[in-house]
Design a protein around this ligand. Structure first.
Ligand SMILES: Cc1cc2nc3c(=O)[nH]c(=O)nc-3n(C[C@H](O)[C@H](O)[C@H](O)COP(=O)(O)OP(=O)(O)OC[C@H]3O[C@@H](n4cnc5c(N)ncnc54)[C@H](O)[C@@H]3O)c2cc1C
Length: 657
C-alpha cells in the first residue's frame, strides 16, 4: 500500500478537518474502532445492516472499501481474459466515488485501498488502529467465502472479530424462508417452486441510515489519495458509446434517483420482466424493464427496497394487471417485479447450496459426456461479434461496447456458444463477467448454469445421435424476426449489412446459399432445438406462425443481384451451417412491416411458400382459439416449474419423425 492518505474524489477535498475530528472523537490512543467493510456488492448507506449495526455501538466507525486487484485487473481462470472490462471498472469507480461523497456529507469518511489480499490489509490495519469488530455482509460465493474466512482468521489472531449479516442481500431474508437455503436438499431445485414458497414469507423493513458515529482519527493516514488512484490498474477508459440505449452512472445517489423517477413517472404500470421474452407490443421485455440491474449488482440499492417501493406505489395509485399477450404470469405489475427479483433471490440462495459446482465444467447439475472445446479463435469470434449470425453479432458487439444487453440477447448469445460452438461454457460466463455492468457471480454464472446449460437427461439422450450439421439454437434465426423485425437494433450494431434488403440483412447467408435439406423443427417440450422457447408453457399460443420446418442452407454461388455484397468480404460467413426457417411472417404476433423484399420473392419461403402461408392462416385461427384455452389454464404457471429437460427426452420422437 504505497500511499497512505484519505480519499479525495473528483477534485473535491474529502479529507476531514483534523481539528473538528480531534474535538469530537474519543481519545484516539485508547478507543477501539469498528469497521464497516463495504464490499463491491454493497456500495450504499441505506438498508445496509452491517452499517446500521456498527453505528449503534458507541465506538468510532471506520468505513472501508477494498478494491481487490484480482477482481479489477486479474485474468479469468479458464479463458485467461481480463476479469473486469473498462466499462465495468468505470461503473464500479463511480459507485465508490458516490459512496465517498455521501459519507462526507454525513461527517464520515471512506478509506479506499487497492489490495491483492484483503486479509493482509486487515492485518496491517489492526497494527495501526485498535479494531474491535469488522462489520460486513455475508458472502455466498466460493471465492468470496474464502476471502471472508481468511479475513476472519486474521482478525481473530489479534483479538478482533468479523460480524457478518445477511441483511438485504435478497428480498427475503435467509432466516425467514422457512427452510435452510444452504442445504441442497431443502433448497427448491426449480425457481417456480422457490418463488411460490418465498412469496408466502414476510419481507423485512428497509433499514434507515442511522446517526453516524465519527471516524477514528488514527485512520487518517490509511488508503489511497483518491478513488481514481485505487483504480489505477483498471483498463483504459473508453469514450461514451452513442449507440447505447440507456446510460448508467454508478452510485447510490443515481440509483435512488432512477427508482424515484421510475415510480413517479408511473412506469411501473407498463412493467414487463426481463425474462418475459415473448411479451408483445411496445411494452416488451427489452424496453419495459426497470434497468436497475447494474445498481442492484453493486449494491447501490437493495432489492427489498425496490419491492417495498413498488408495493407502496400500488397502494396509492392502484394496481395494473401484468397479464398481456405473451406473458404467462398473472398479478399486478408490482407483483411481477417482485417475481422477477425472486429469480435473483433464487440464484443467490442456489449459489449457496450449489457451492463450487457452479464453477465446474459439469455445472450444478453435474452434466457429463459433452465434448467441450477451448478453441481460442472461435471464442474470439464470438466475443467480437463475428459469428456470421447478425442477431448474435449485434448482441456481442453491444455487450462489449456498453456493458449491457437485454435478457433475450443474453440467452441467444449464450446458448449459441454452448449448443452451437460447443465451447467450454465457462469461457462464455467469464466474458459476460468481464463485460456486464450488472455482473454478480450468482446471477451471471447462475443463469448460464440454470438456463443455458443442457440438463443431464438431454445430454445423455443426445449422445446416441449424430451431431446436427446446422445451427441448433433456432432462436438465433427466429428471434430477430420476432423481436427486431425492422432490424433497427441489429443494423445499429452490424452496420455492414445496412445496404442489403432487410430480409437478407437478417439472414445474409441467403445471398449465396441454397436450401439443401428440409428438416422438422417444431418446438415441443424437451426439443433438442429451441433451447428456450420450446419449454414455455404458452408456446403453442405463440407458434401458430411457425409451421415447423426449416431448410439447412449450404454454401453456394453468390447470386448476381447481390453482387455488391459478398460474404467473407463484407460480412462474416456463418461459423456453422445456417437454417432457413419457414415462418409465416404475416402471422407473427407483432405489428411490423416485413423488410423490403417483395412478398412473393421473400427468401424465407423457398418452397411451397404460398401454400404454406395459406395453410398457416387457416391454422392460425384454429390454434389461436385452442391456445387461448391452454393459455388460460397455464396462467400463473412458470416455464421453469417443471424440469427443463425430462429424462424421457423428446429428442427420440424428433429422430423418429
Ligand atoms: C446468460 C445470462 C447472464 C446473466 N447475467 C446476469 C448478471 O450477471 N446480473 C444480473 O443482474 N442479471 C443477469 N442476467 C439476468 C437478466 O438478463 C438481467 O437481470 C436483466 O436483463 C436486467 O434488466 P432489468 O434490470 O431491466 O430487469 P427487470 O426486468 O427490471 O428485473 C428486475 C431485477 O430482477 C433481477 N432479475 C431479473 N431477471 C433475472 C435473472 N434471470 N437472473 C437474475 N436476476 C434477475 C435483476 O436484478 C433485475 O434488475 C443474466 C441472464 C442471462 C441469460
Amino acid at each position: 500500500m504505497p500511499v497512505r492518505r484519505w480519499v479525495k474524489s473528483g477534485g473535491a477535498k474529502l479529507s476531514p478537518d483534523p481539528d473538528e475530528l480531534v474535538a469530537s472523537a474519543p481519545d484516539p490512543t485508547t478507543a477501539r474502532v469498528n469497521v464497516v467493510w463495504h464490499k463491491w456488492s454493497d456500495l450504499r448507506l441505506l438498508d445496509h445492516e452491517p452499517l446500521y449495526r456498527a453505528h449503534q455501538r458507541s465506538e468510532p466507525v471506520l468505513h472501508l472499501h477494498l478494491v481487490e486487484l484480482p477482481l479489477l485487473s486479474g485474468l479469468s481462470r479458464v479463458a485467461g481474459i481480463p476479469r473486469c472490462s473498462s466499462r465495468r471498472a468505470e461503473f464500479w469507480q463511480q459507485c465508490v466515488e458516490d459512496l465517498a461523497c455521501r459519507l462526507k456529507e454525513k461527517g464520515q469518511h471512506l478509506v479506499v485501498a487497492a489490495v491483492e489480499d484483503p486479509a493482509e490489509f486487515f492485518a496491517r490495519l489492526c497494527e495501526e488502529v485498535p479494531v474491535r469488530s469488522v462489520f460486513c455482509h455475508e458472502d455466498f460465493c466460493d471465492e468470496e467465502l474464502q476471502v471472508q474466512a481468511s479475513v476472519r482468521r486474521t482478525l481473530q489472531r489479534v483479538g478482533a472479530s468479523l460480524e457478518c449479516f445477511w441483511g438485504a442481500l435478497t428480498v427475503h431474508h435467509i432466516d425467514d424462508l422457512g427452510f435452510d437455503a444452504r442445504d441442497r436438499h431443502q433448497m427448491p431445485m426449480y425457481k417456480g417452486e422457490f418463488q411460490r414458497a418465498a412469496k408466502r414469507r414476510p419481507i423485512r423493513e428497509v433499514l434507515p441510515i442511522p446517526a453516524l458515529q465519527k471516524p477514528p482519527v488514527a485512520a487518517l493516514t490509511l488508503g489511497s489519495a483518491t478513488v481514481a488512484e485505487a483504480f489505477a490498474t483498471a483498463p483504459p477508459r473508453l469514450p461514451p458509446e452513442e449507440r447505447q440505449l440507456f446510460q448508467w452512472t454508478g452510485g447510490e445517489t443515481f440509483a435512488l434517483q432512477h427508482l424515484k423517477n421510475y415510480m413517479e413517472s408511473g412506469s411501473l404500470v407498463r412493467y414487463r420482466g426481463a425474462t418475459e421474452s415473448f411479451a408483445h407490443g411496445e411494452d416488451n421485455a427489452v424496453n419495459a424493464g426497470t434497468r436497475l440491474s447494474p445498481w442492484l449488482a453493486f449494491g447501490c440499492i437493495s432489492a427489498r427496497m425496490v419491492v417495498k417501493e413498488a408495493k407502496a406505489w400500488e397502494r396509492v395509485n392502484g394496481q395494473s394487471s401484468s397479464t398481456a399477450k405473451g406473458v404467462g404470469k398473472t398479478g399486478s405489475t408490482g407483483t411481477r417485479l417482485h417475481t422477477e427479483l425472486l429469480f435473483r433471490d433464487f440464484l443467490r440462495f442456489s449459489t449457496l447450496a450449489w457451492g463450487t459446482s457452479l464453477f465446474k465444467i459439469g455445472g450444478p447439475f453435474h452434466i457429463k459426456g459433452v465434448q467441450w472445446k477451448r478453441d481460442q479463435e472461435l471464442f474470439k469470434k464470438w466475443c467480437l461479434g463475428q459469428t456470421g449470425f447478425p442477431f448474435v453479432d449485434a448482441g456481442m458487439r453491444e455487450l462489449a461496447a456498453t456493458g449491457y444487453i437485454s435478457h433475450l440477447h443474453r440467452q441467444c448469445c449464450a446458448a449459441f456458444l454452448v449448443r452451437d460452438l460447443g465451447l467450454d461454457w465457462r469461457m462464455g460466463a467469464e466474458h459476460f463477467e468481464s463485460c456486464l455492468l450488472d455482473h454478480t457471480p450468482d446471477a451471471n454464472w447462475g443463469n448460464w448454469a440454470y438456463r443455458i446449460l443442457q440438463r443431464p437427461g438431454l445430454v445423455e439422450t443426445r449422445a446416441k445421435y449424430p451431431l446436427e450439421e446446422h445451427v441448433n439454437t433456432v432462436e438465433v434465426v427466429v428471434w430477430p424476426a420476432v423481436h427486431d423485425a425492422q432490424l433497427e437494433h441489429t443494423l445499429l450494431w452490424v452496420p455492414e449489412l445496412q445496404h442489403l434488403p432487410k430480409d437478407l440483412a437478417r439472414e445474409p447467408w441467403r445471398t449465396e446459399g441454397h436450401p439443401s435439406k428440409r428438416i422438422k423443427i417444431k418446438p415441443y417440450k424437451d426439443s433438442p432445438l429451441w433451447f428456450c422457447a420450446a419449454n414455455r408453457t404458452n408456446w403453442d399460443y405463440e407458434y401458430f406462425w411457425l409451421p415447423g420446418h426449416a431448410w439447412i442452407v449450404s454454401e453456394g454461388k453468390p447470386e448476381h443481384r447481390y453482387k455488391d455484397f459478398q460474404l467473407e468480404r463484407d460480412y462474416f460467413r456463418p461459423l456453422i451451417p445456417a437454417l432457413n426457417v419457414e415462418l409465416d411472417l404475416d402471422a407473427l404476433p407483432v405489428k411490423h412491416s416485413w423488410g423490403d423484399t417483395p412478398g412473393e420473392s421473400r427468401p424465407h419461403l423457398w418452397e411451397g411458400g404460398q401454400r404454406q402461408r395459406r395453410r398457416a392462416k387457416v391454422k392460425a385461427t384454429k390454434v389461436e382459439e385452442k391456445a387461448k384455452v391452454s393459455f388460460a389454464a397455464n396462467e400463473g404457471v412458470d416455464e421453469d416449474d417443471a424440469p427443463q429437460f425430462s429424462e424421457r427426452s423428446g429428442i427420440e420422437n424428433c429422430h423418429r419423425k
